[in-house]
Design a protein around this ligand. Structure first.
Ligand code: KG4
Ligand code: ZN
Length: 333
């Protein structure tokens, strides 16, 4: 039997999870509401909040899993990518825990973990599969050959998809993080109400900065005609923006499926919680006869269950690291 403690602290969620023999027994997430006051994550405040939350979060994860801390066989932590000050808290905690308990330490790549969240609950995708990883910091199309053998086929040249949602929300005077709010408004709106451009970016890469500027100009022009434009059209604007972001993402995923001939397609990362993206991918899956994999909401945004499951698969391979390991703000899949 293998009991793994997973720790996630790459951005603004402090999370701990217990995985027993590949099964997630607990997944505790402490969010940091403070950033909403600043319109985005403030790195220094994030590090301090991680320091406050880490011990109670781990205690709760152990309690919920109905185990004792002495039962834990290994500790897995997010090494990167992420905010360095935030990563240092999780890394230092994991190192101390492993040292005190004399158990192995496992480093996990956060972007790989988002993808490996698909192995938390069956049915699992079959290798090789394609994964569109869309979060606040990344937008990637990855060809997943095996658990830890992943090939980057395309990525964003500027903003990430989550940033496109969050920056648009700022233009629309919505609080941070704006992605979930745009999603909520979009449900009531007409996606064809406003025409927004689809950027022509070569190969399997993405760009969202032009779209953001187009939205800003559109809102400014409409507000000149009607000062209450946003108030009166919020649902239609959100539906149009969401529909364009989703079409940009899925057109590239379709292209990747065509190029590779792969039929198992997955989405991962915070933006995979978006209902428009989930619905459109399911529809495309039926149309093109793809096997589509969408994580449960709980495992889309940052969480330690994905770190614990990735840690479990590394534990099975005896892939451990020493106490001299350091976090990395930048790390590729
Ligand atoms: O993966 P994640 O939790 O953190 C990073 O590693 O970045 O992703 C956070 C991003 C934020 O940009 C947030 O606005 C976006 O995911 N997000 C959404 C939704 N839920 C979270 N975007 C659109 N629709 C949603 N429902
Ligand atoms: Zn993430």
């Amino acid at each position: 039997m293998a009991i793994i403690l997973g720790i996630e602290s790459s951005c603004d969620e402090t999370s701990a999870s217990i995985c027993i023999d590949g099964e997630i027994k607990s997944n505790i997430i402490a969010s940091q509401a403070i950033h909403a006051n600043y319109g985005g994550v403030v790195p220094e405040l994030a590090s301090r909040a991680h320091q406050q939350h880490i011990i109670p979060t781990v205690d709760q994860a152990i309690l919920d899993a109905k185990i004792h801390k002495n039962d834990i066989d290994a500790v897995a932590f997010t090494r990167g990518p992420g905010l360095l000050g935030s990563l240092l808290v999780g890394t230092s905690f994991a190192k101390s825990f492993a040292l005190a308990r004399q158990i192995p330490l496992i480093e996990v790549n956060h972007m790989q973990a988002h993808i490996l969240a698909h192995f938390i609950e069956a049915p699992y995708p079959k290798f090789p599969f394609l994964c569109l990883t869309v979060s606040g910091g990344h937008t990637q199309i990855v060809l997943v050959h095996d658990y830890f053998n992943m090939e980057l086929l395309g990525q964003t040249l500027d903003d990430a998809a989550g940033e496109a949602f969050d920056k648009t929300a700022k233009i629309l005077n919505l609080p941070y993080p704006g992605g979930p709010l745009i999603d909520r408004y979009a449900k009531e709106g007409n996606p064809d109400a406003f025409k927004l451009p689809e950027p022509q970016i070569p190969e399997l890469n993405f760009s969202f900065s032009g779209l953001k500027t187009a939205i800003l100009y559109m809102v400014q022009a409409e507000e000149k005609k009607n000062a209450r434009f946003l108030e009166e059209n919020m649902a239609d604007v959100c539906a149009s923006v969401q529909s364009r972001i989703v079409s940009i993402l899925l057109n590239k995923l379709k292209k990747a499926a065509k190029q590779t001939g792969v039929k198992d397609l997955a989405i991962a990362g915070g933006v995979s919680a978006n209902s428009g993206l989930r619905d459109s991918l399911l529809q495309m899956g039926e149309r093109y006869k793809w096997n589509v994999f969408i994580p449960q909401f709980e495992y889309c945004t940052d969480n330690a269950a994905m770190i614990a499951i990735a840690g479990y698969h590394k534990y099975c391979r005896n892939e451990f690291v020493g106490q001299d390991i350091t976090p990395l703000a930048r790390l590729h899949v």
